[in-house]
Design a protein. Structure first.
Length: 357
Protein backbone atom coordinates (compact mmCIF):
# COMPACT_ATOMS: atom_id res chain seq x y z
CA UNK A 1 0.00 0.00 0.00
CA UNK A 2 1.34 3.44 -0.95
CA UNK A 3 1.49 6.34 1.48
CA UNK A 4 -0.11 9.73 0.83
CA UNK A 5 0.59 13.30 1.92
CA UNK A 6 -2.32 15.70 1.72
CA UNK A 7 -1.03 19.16 0.78
CA UNK A 8 -3.23 22.25 0.98
CA UNK A 9 -2.97 26.02 0.86
CA UNK A 10 -5.49 28.00 2.90
CA UNK A 11 -6.50 31.49 3.89
CA UNK A 12 -9.57 32.34 5.97
CA UNK A 13 -11.28 29.01 5.38
CA UNK A 14 -12.97 28.57 8.78
CA UNK A 15 -16.35 27.86 7.17
CA UNK A 16 -15.23 24.92 5.04
CA UNK A 17 -11.87 23.52 6.19
CA UNK A 18 -13.23 20.96 8.67
CA UNK A 19 -15.73 19.71 6.10
CA UNK A 20 -12.89 19.10 3.65
CA UNK A 21 -10.50 17.45 6.12
CA UNK A 22 -13.20 15.18 7.51
CA UNK A 23 -13.49 13.62 4.04
CA UNK A 24 -9.87 12.48 3.90
CA UNK A 25 -8.39 12.44 7.40
CA UNK A 26 -8.74 8.65 7.66
CA UNK A 27 -7.33 8.00 4.18
CA UNK A 28 -4.15 10.09 3.97
CA UNK A 29 -1.04 9.42 6.07
CA UNK A 30 -0.01 13.04 6.54
CA UNK A 31 -1.70 16.44 6.38
CA UNK A 32 0.35 19.50 5.41
CA UNK A 33 -1.39 22.87 5.54
CA UNK A 34 0.26 26.04 4.29
CA UNK A 35 -1.48 29.16 5.58
CA UNK A 36 -1.03 32.34 3.59
CA UNK A 37 -2.29 34.88 6.12
CA UNK A 38 -5.53 33.77 7.78
CA UNK A 39 -7.12 36.18 10.24
CA UNK A 40 -10.02 33.93 11.26
CA UNK A 41 -10.08 30.52 13.02
CA UNK A 42 -8.54 28.59 10.10
CA UNK A 43 -5.30 27.70 11.90
CA UNK A 44 -7.16 26.79 15.09
CA UNK A 45 -9.33 24.37 13.09
CA UNK A 46 -6.33 22.96 11.21
CA UNK A 47 -4.59 22.14 14.51
CA UNK A 48 -7.41 19.72 15.29
CA UNK A 49 -6.24 17.59 12.37
CA UNK A 50 -2.46 18.09 12.13
CA UNK A 51 0.56 19.76 13.66
CA UNK A 52 2.14 20.19 10.23
CA UNK A 53 1.02 23.78 9.67
CA UNK A 54 3.31 26.20 7.88
CA UNK A 55 3.17 29.92 7.13
CA UNK A 56 3.92 31.33 3.71
CA UNK A 57 3.85 34.91 2.48
CA UNK A 58 1.44 35.19 -0.43
CA UNK A 59 3.08 35.79 -3.81
CA UNK A 60 0.63 33.87 -5.98
CA UNK A 61 -1.08 30.50 -6.30
CA UNK A 62 1.73 28.59 -7.99
CA UNK A 63 4.42 29.52 -5.41
CA UNK A 64 2.03 28.71 -2.57
CA UNK A 65 1.08 25.33 -4.00
CA UNK A 66 4.73 24.50 -4.64
CA UNK A 67 5.51 25.43 -1.03
CA UNK A 68 2.81 23.03 0.19
CA UNK A 69 4.28 20.24 -1.96
CA UNK A 70 7.73 20.92 -0.48
CA UNK A 71 6.59 19.66 2.93
CA UNK A 72 5.37 16.26 1.72
CA UNK A 73 7.25 13.29 3.17
CA UNK A 74 5.14 10.40 1.85
CA UNK A 75 5.30 8.57 -1.47
CA UNK A 76 2.45 10.44 -3.14
CA UNK A 77 0.96 13.92 -2.87
CA UNK A 78 -2.79 14.46 -2.89
CA UNK A 79 -3.99 18.05 -3.01
CA UNK A 80 -7.33 19.69 -2.30
CA UNK A 81 -8.71 23.18 -1.90
CA UNK A 82 -10.50 23.90 1.36
CA UNK A 83 -13.88 24.09 -0.39
CA UNK A 84 -13.47 20.67 -2.02
CA UNK A 85 -15.15 17.50 -0.78
CA UNK A 86 -15.28 13.80 -1.61
CA UNK A 87 -18.59 11.98 -1.50
CA UNK A 88 -18.73 8.77 0.53
CA UNK A 89 -18.57 6.79 -2.71
CA UNK A 90 -15.46 8.66 -3.83
CA UNK A 91 -13.85 8.24 -0.42
CA UNK A 92 -14.21 4.49 -0.80
CA UNK A 93 -12.76 4.65 -4.30
CA UNK A 94 -9.77 6.61 -3.01
CA UNK A 95 -9.19 4.06 -0.25
CA UNK A 96 -9.22 1.25 -2.80
CA UNK A 97 -6.85 3.17 -5.07
CA UNK A 98 -4.43 3.62 -2.20
CA UNK A 99 -4.50 -0.11 -1.49
CA UNK A 100 -4.02 -1.20 -5.10
CA UNK A 101 -1.96 1.52 -6.79
CA UNK A 102 1.10 0.30 -8.69
CA UNK A 103 4.09 2.34 -7.40
CA UNK A 104 5.28 2.61 -10.99
CA UNK A 105 2.45 5.11 -11.62
CA UNK A 106 3.63 8.72 -11.57
CA UNK A 107 0.24 10.41 -11.49
CA UNK A 108 -3.44 9.57 -11.16
CA UNK A 109 -5.97 11.89 -12.75
CA UNK A 110 -9.38 12.37 -11.18
CA UNK A 111 -12.52 14.19 -12.22
CA UNK A 112 -13.02 17.67 -10.83
CA UNK A 113 -16.70 18.51 -10.47
CA UNK A 114 -16.20 22.26 -10.51
CA UNK A 115 -19.90 23.02 -10.33
CA UNK A 116 -23.23 21.42 -9.42
CA UNK A 117 -26.81 22.62 -9.70
CA UNK A 118 -29.48 22.70 -7.02
CA UNK A 119 -30.50 19.14 -7.91
CA UNK A 120 -27.01 17.70 -7.54
CA UNK A 121 -26.31 17.45 -11.27
CA UNK A 122 -22.72 18.20 -12.25
CA UNK A 123 -22.61 21.37 -14.36
CA UNK A 124 -18.87 21.52 -15.11
CA UNK A 125 -16.38 18.67 -15.04
CA UNK A 126 -12.80 18.13 -16.20
CA UNK A 127 -9.79 16.00 -15.29
CA UNK A 128 -6.80 17.05 -13.18
CA UNK A 129 -3.63 15.28 -12.13
CA UNK A 130 -4.63 14.85 -8.51
CA UNK A 131 -2.39 12.20 -6.92
CA UNK A 132 1.26 12.59 -7.93
CA UNK A 133 4.49 10.86 -7.00
CA UNK A 134 6.46 13.01 -4.56
CA UNK A 135 9.88 11.98 -5.88
CA UNK A 136 9.06 13.41 -9.34
CA UNK A 137 9.10 16.95 -7.90
CA UNK A 138 6.31 18.19 -10.18
CA UNK A 139 5.85 21.95 -10.13
CA UNK A 140 2.89 24.29 -10.39
CA UNK A 141 3.15 26.87 -13.15
CA UNK A 142 1.19 29.93 -14.31
CA UNK A 143 0.12 33.20 -12.68
CA UNK A 144 -3.60 32.53 -13.07
CA UNK A 145 -5.42 29.22 -13.58
CA UNK A 146 -2.12 27.56 -12.65
CA UNK A 147 -1.52 23.98 -13.62
CA UNK A 148 0.62 21.09 -12.42
CA UNK A 149 3.23 20.26 -15.05
CA UNK A 150 3.11 16.46 -15.07
CA UNK A 151 4.75 13.93 -17.38
CA UNK A 152 5.39 10.21 -17.15
CA UNK A 153 3.15 7.25 -16.37
CA UNK A 154 -0.32 8.76 -15.91
CA UNK A 155 -3.51 6.77 -15.36
CA UNK A 156 -7.12 7.98 -15.31
CA UNK A 157 -9.43 7.07 -12.44
CA UNK A 158 -13.17 7.54 -11.98
CA UNK A 159 -12.75 9.25 -8.61
CA UNK A 160 -14.34 12.70 -8.43
CA UNK A 161 -13.46 15.68 -6.28
CA UNK A 162 -16.43 18.04 -5.90
CA UNK A 163 -16.02 21.78 -5.49
CA UNK A 164 -18.47 23.30 -3.01
CA UNK A 165 -17.58 26.96 -3.11
CA UNK A 166 -19.12 29.53 -0.80
CA UNK A 167 -18.14 32.62 -2.78
CA UNK A 168 -16.39 33.90 -5.89
CA UNK A 169 -13.71 36.57 -6.12
CA UNK A 170 -15.18 38.64 -8.94
CA UNK A 171 -12.58 40.45 -11.02
CA UNK A 172 -9.53 39.17 -9.11
CA UNK A 173 -8.09 37.09 -11.93
CA UNK A 174 -8.95 39.71 -14.52
CA UNK A 175 -6.88 42.24 -12.57
CA UNK A 176 -3.94 39.82 -12.54
CA UNK A 177 -4.09 39.54 -16.34
CA UNK A 178 -4.26 43.31 -16.70
CA UNK A 179 -1.14 43.60 -14.54
CA UNK A 180 0.58 41.10 -16.84
CA UNK A 181 -0.34 43.27 -19.84
CA UNK A 182 0.95 46.41 -18.11
CA UNK A 183 4.25 44.62 -17.39
CA UNK A 184 4.54 43.78 -21.07
CA UNK A 185 4.33 40.02 -20.52
CA UNK A 186 4.10 37.98 -23.71
CA UNK A 187 0.86 36.02 -23.90
CA UNK A 188 0.74 32.49 -25.26
CA UNK A 189 -2.31 30.62 -26.52
CA UNK A 190 -3.25 29.42 -23.02
CA UNK A 191 -3.03 32.98 -21.66
CA UNK A 192 -5.33 34.32 -24.36
CA UNK A 193 -7.88 31.57 -23.70
CA UNK A 194 -8.10 32.14 -19.95
CA UNK A 195 -7.90 35.91 -20.34
CA UNK A 196 -10.88 35.62 -22.69
CA UNK A 197 -12.73 33.61 -20.06
CA UNK A 198 -12.13 36.26 -17.42
CA UNK A 199 -13.22 39.04 -19.76
CA UNK A 200 -16.38 37.12 -20.70
CA UNK A 201 -17.29 36.35 -17.08
CA UNK A 202 -16.92 40.03 -16.23
CA UNK A 203 -19.08 41.22 -19.13
CA UNK A 204 -16.34 42.56 -21.44
CA UNK A 205 -17.63 40.66 -24.45
CA UNK A 206 -15.93 42.49 -27.32
CA UNK A 207 -12.53 42.28 -25.63
CA UNK A 208 -13.18 38.61 -24.88
CA UNK A 209 -13.90 37.98 -28.57
CA UNK A 210 -10.54 39.52 -29.44
CA UNK A 211 -8.71 37.35 -26.89
CA UNK A 212 -10.41 34.15 -28.03
CA UNK A 213 -9.65 34.97 -31.65
CA UNK A 214 -5.97 35.38 -30.83
CA UNK A 215 -5.99 31.95 -29.19
CA UNK A 216 -7.71 30.41 -32.22
CA UNK A 217 -5.37 32.04 -34.73
CA UNK A 218 -2.18 30.90 -33.02
CA UNK A 219 -0.76 27.62 -34.32
CA UNK A 220 0.44 26.76 -30.82
CA UNK A 221 -1.84 25.75 -27.99
CA UNK A 222 -3.99 22.86 -26.83
CA UNK A 223 -6.64 21.92 -29.35
CA UNK A 224 -9.25 21.55 -26.58
CA UNK A 225 -8.74 25.17 -25.57
CA UNK A 226 -9.36 26.16 -29.19
CA UNK A 227 -12.61 24.18 -29.26
CA UNK A 228 -13.90 26.10 -26.27
CA UNK A 229 -12.43 29.38 -27.48
CA UNK A 230 -14.79 29.05 -30.47
CA UNK A 231 -17.72 28.10 -28.22
CA UNK A 232 -17.08 30.84 -25.66
CA UNK A 233 -16.53 33.40 -28.41
CA UNK A 234 -19.93 32.38 -29.79
CA UNK A 235 -21.47 33.05 -26.37
CA UNK A 236 -20.02 36.55 -26.46
CA UNK A 237 -21.55 37.18 -29.88
CA UNK A 238 -24.89 35.93 -28.52
CA UNK A 239 -24.67 38.30 -25.55
CA UNK A 240 -24.02 41.11 -28.04
CA UNK A 241 -27.03 40.08 -30.14
CA UNK A 242 -25.06 38.97 -33.22
CA UNK A 243 -26.66 35.62 -34.04
CA UNK A 244 -24.91 35.20 -37.40
CA UNK A 245 -21.40 35.57 -35.95
CA UNK A 246 -22.45 33.30 -33.07
CA UNK A 247 -23.35 30.55 -35.52
CA UNK A 248 -20.13 30.99 -37.53
CA UNK A 249 -18.03 30.69 -34.38
CA UNK A 250 -19.89 27.54 -33.31
CA UNK A 251 -19.32 25.87 -36.66
CA UNK A 252 -15.67 26.97 -36.52
CA UNK A 253 -15.23 24.72 -33.47
CA UNK A 254 -15.70 21.64 -35.68
CA UNK A 255 -12.30 22.29 -37.29
CA UNK A 256 -10.73 21.50 -33.91
CA UNK A 257 -13.15 19.01 -32.32
CA UNK A 258 -13.53 17.02 -35.60
CA UNK A 259 -16.89 15.76 -34.39
CA UNK A 260 -19.68 17.92 -32.91
CA UNK A 261 -19.74 18.32 -29.12
CA UNK A 262 -22.99 18.48 -27.21
CA UNK A 263 -21.96 21.91 -25.89
CA UNK A 264 -21.79 23.11 -29.51
CA UNK A 265 -24.87 21.31 -30.81
CA UNK A 266 -27.14 22.62 -28.06
CA UNK A 267 -26.00 26.17 -28.77
CA UNK A 268 -26.57 25.75 -32.50
CA UNK A 269 -30.01 24.40 -31.69
CA UNK A 270 -30.78 27.43 -29.56
CA UNK A 271 -29.56 29.74 -32.32
CA UNK A 272 -32.08 28.25 -34.75
CA UNK A 273 -34.75 28.15 -32.06
CA UNK A 274 -34.49 31.91 -31.56
CA UNK A 275 -34.88 32.29 -35.33
CA UNK A 276 -38.06 30.17 -35.05
CA UNK A 277 -36.54 27.49 -37.27
CA UNK A 278 -37.75 24.78 -34.93
CA UNK A 279 -37.07 21.78 -37.16
CA UNK A 280 -33.42 22.75 -37.56
CA UNK A 281 -33.21 23.42 -33.84
CA UNK A 282 -34.56 19.95 -33.05
CA UNK A 283 -32.02 18.36 -35.40
CA UNK A 284 -29.14 19.88 -33.46
CA UNK A 285 -30.65 19.17 -30.05
CA UNK A 286 -30.98 15.52 -31.10
CA UNK A 287 -27.28 15.47 -32.01
CA UNK A 288 -26.49 16.86 -28.56
CA UNK A 289 -28.41 14.09 -26.81
CA UNK A 290 -26.74 11.42 -28.96
CA UNK A 291 -23.19 12.33 -27.93
CA UNK A 292 -21.61 9.78 -25.61
CA UNK A 293 -19.30 11.59 -23.15
CA UNK A 294 -15.64 10.57 -23.38
CA UNK A 295 -14.64 9.66 -19.82
CA UNK A 296 -10.96 10.10 -20.71
CA UNK A 297 -11.28 13.60 -22.12
CA UNK A 298 -9.33 16.16 -20.11
CA UNK A 299 -11.02 19.33 -21.30
CA UNK A 300 -14.12 21.02 -19.93
CA UNK A 301 -17.37 19.07 -20.05
CA UNK A 302 -20.80 20.54 -19.35
CA UNK A 303 -23.16 17.57 -18.85
CA UNK A 304 -26.34 19.68 -19.01
CA UNK A 305 -25.87 20.14 -22.75
CA UNK A 306 -26.24 16.40 -23.40
CA UNK A 307 -28.91 15.68 -20.78
CA UNK A 308 -31.79 17.81 -19.51
CA UNK A 309 -31.15 21.03 -21.46
CA UNK A 310 -31.66 19.78 -25.06
CA UNK A 311 -34.69 17.75 -23.96
CA UNK A 312 -36.27 20.80 -22.33
CA UNK A 313 -35.63 22.88 -25.44
CA UNK A 314 -37.05 20.17 -27.71
CA UNK A 315 -40.14 20.26 -25.52
CA UNK A 316 -40.51 23.94 -26.41
CA UNK A 317 -39.80 23.38 -30.11
CA UNK A 318 -42.25 20.52 -30.51
CA UNK A 319 -44.91 22.55 -28.71
CA UNK A 320 -44.37 25.39 -31.18
CA UNK A 321 -44.79 22.86 -34.01
CA UNK A 322 -48.04 21.63 -32.51
CA UNK A 323 -46.72 18.19 -31.57
CA UNK A 324 -47.80 18.04 -27.94
CA UNK A 325 -47.09 14.35 -27.36
CA UNK A 326 -43.43 14.67 -28.40
CA UNK A 327 -43.12 17.85 -26.36
CA UNK A 328 -44.46 16.00 -23.33
CA UNK A 329 -42.04 13.09 -23.83
CA UNK A 330 -39.00 15.37 -23.96
CA UNK A 331 -40.17 17.25 -20.87
CA UNK A 332 -40.37 13.90 -19.08
CA UNK A 333 -36.77 13.18 -20.11
CA UNK A 334 -35.71 16.54 -18.66
CA UNK A 335 -37.62 15.75 -15.46
CA UNK A 336 -35.39 12.71 -14.84
CA UNK A 337 -32.52 15.13 -14.19
CA UNK A 338 -34.47 17.99 -12.60
CA UNK A 339 -37.43 16.40 -10.80
CA UNK A 340 -38.30 19.48 -8.74
CA UNK A 341 -37.67 22.11 -11.42
CA UNK A 342 -40.69 24.45 -11.37
CA UNK A 343 -40.56 25.01 -15.14
CA UNK A 344 -40.48 21.28 -15.84
CA UNK A 345 -43.34 20.62 -13.42
CA UNK A 346 -45.37 23.45 -14.95
CA UNK A 347 -44.81 21.94 -18.41
CA UNK A 348 -45.86 18.54 -17.10
CA UNK A 349 -49.15 19.88 -15.75
CA UNK A 350 -49.80 21.84 -18.97
CA UNK A 351 -49.26 18.89 -21.32
CA UNK A 352 -51.10 16.37 -19.14
CA UNK A 353 -54.14 18.64 -19.18
CA UNK A 354 -53.80 19.21 -22.93
CA UNK A 355 -53.35 15.52 -23.72
CA UNK A 356 -55.87 14.30 -21.18
CA UNK A 357 -53.33 12.17 -19.31
Amino acid sequence: MVTISLCMIVKNEEEVLARCLDCVKDIVDEINIVDTGSTDKTIEIAKQYTDRIFNHEWTGFAPARNESFRHATKEYIFYLDADDILSEEDQEKLKKLKETLDPAVDSVSMFYNAGTDEFGNVTLRYRRNRLVKTSKNYRWEGDVHNYLNVTGNIINSDIAITHKKTGHAVGRNLNIYKMKIERGDVFGARDYFYYGNELRENGHYQEAIEAYTKNIDLKEGWVEDKVYACINRADCYRFLGDLDQELKSLFASFAFSKTPRSETCSRIGYNFQRKKDYKSAIYWYERAVEEVPDENRWSFSYPAYSTWYPHLQMCVCYDRLGEAEKAYQHNEEARKYRPEDKSVLSNKAYFEKKLGK
